[in-house]
Ligand binder design. Sequence first.
Ligand SMILES: [Zn+2]
Length: 622
Amino acid sequence: MVEERALAKLGGDAFCSSVVAEESTLEKFDGDAFRSSIVVEKHALATSDGDAFRSSIVAKKQALAKFDGDAFRSLTAVEEHALAIFDGDAFHFLAMAKEHALATSDGVMFHSSIVAEECALTTSDGDAFRSSVVIEKRALVTSDDECRTNPTTALLPNPSSTSSSRRSPTAPLFSFLVLITCLAVAAAFAFAFLFFTSSSSASARHSSISDPKIPPSSQQPPLARPLAKLPRPVVILISSDGFRFGYQYKTATPNIHRLIANGTEAATGLIPVFPTLTFPNHYSIVTGLYPPYHGIINNHFVDPVSGDVFSMNSHEPKWWLGEPLWETAVNQGFNAATYFWPGSEVKKGSWTCPPRFCQKYDGSVPFERRVDTVLSYFDLPSSEIPVLMTLYFEDPDHQGHEVGPDDPEITAAVARIDQMIGRLIAGLEKRGIFEDVTIILLGDHGMVGNCDQKLIFLDHLSPWIHISPDWIQSTTPVLAIRPPPDVSPSDVVAKMNAGLTSGKVEHGNYLKMFLKEDLPTRLHYSASYRIPPIIGLVEEGYKIELKRSKRNECGGSHGYDNAFFSMRTIFISHGPQFERGRKVPSFENVEIYNVIASILNLKGAPNNGSASFPSTILLSNA
Ligand SMILES: [Zn+2]
């Protein structure tokens, strides 16, 4: 029997107790307790803290040592690599679905999700994996029996995996053991696969991410809904900084989900621009330009010609190229209002950052006051109501940097953002204009945990090349180097890569150096003199430092390649021109400028977005 073999392999009573305890939680399915247990366990693993779960972790570690060795212990790492092999969207969709199952506190659905994952992992095949995700999604919304219809089920020797709704009291333990067995097999397979494909996986990882197929609508989409009260369209553009795609399933987010259910959502999130940092992305959203074209190529950088330093407090117009949406609106005779947004305090063209409508950045302003101020603009005479209003929240980015994406603090921050959305909706409803106003809720980038000592030290390259700290414009995650004029950038790249690929530099294989013109074109990161000539791309979750320090490296970060799914954020839109309940494939945030200009009937400035994109996401006016 499979379960007996699995038990024999697992050996230790400690592990069995741990599994029984976990399964007992599942069986009773106290949703809150289970969610807390997962969060606490992750936290305990990451920080070696958390007394409540330490004994359970120790027990599991002991059992793992007896079990399948390194393969299973490194399952997380394998899953990360599997992400690349299997196609990130599908794998992360699975994680999202599981979080959703947890959020709904339905034990049967959660079991179904595990079983579906097991089916998919067994096949170790991208297409089959994607199909299983589709099946899993159906399982989540219907019953737990869907895996029965999955053609890959035949690969499973265990019939109980298809009948968890009628399982005996021992069935949960049984299916969990089968899961472990399957995961171990999958891990071994993935290791073997990685071993033979390690040279090609990096390029595969960097290829474009495809989206799960969105079934075409069988009927004509409805037309845009007419305005009932407002004289003209109004867009509220809301940024929740660092809102990684999937956070919306961390906890109950009834207000965000109200927008999703009655609006249009990027089914697998919004794709940020590279580098996936706050200032470059916020300014791409409002200009439709990639960073080399709007000029904000990093949060901090040096102009190589003038020597001037750009920081997040720099409001001189010389830095900020392109035409942001508020300028477009004012150019065409309308008011616009900014309750914080990178670039909004820059006086450019017809935009004077008027005190009445342009708030100077102050992170201490309570979120409630920000929402209430935006709402108050609707109490102005109708001709004065700004057609565009931006609203910015620092959370959950703030917490994400400190504790990483899996901490309860993130869950609390997400819940708070949801409350603010609820406050906004309530204020609009009170004024009778909720259905008239367009709300676009998005983020600038995602977040990934850095709790694994995934560090690369530049001083380890000293046998090949000495990198002077003076050459370095930024270290992590975007390593940007501008050597002095008498040093050849090509030579620096060649020597650094020789060291990194030598096998003698710790984690060296996870960093690759490029001349900026040799970067993948999909990154759109070369066409500006402000971008230093040498750029290093680092793998997800790794960090680069000059030398080893005693700093605590546990937390979260972003800025990585925008192909990584963890860097994605949300796009949730609700308003007269957004179809209710519609899911659209992921798209890059440079498309948003044209979408908002189209909703507001503004003539947009030239930009990198596609002129035809708005028609693919907006309902047309009658
Ligand atoms: Zn940010």
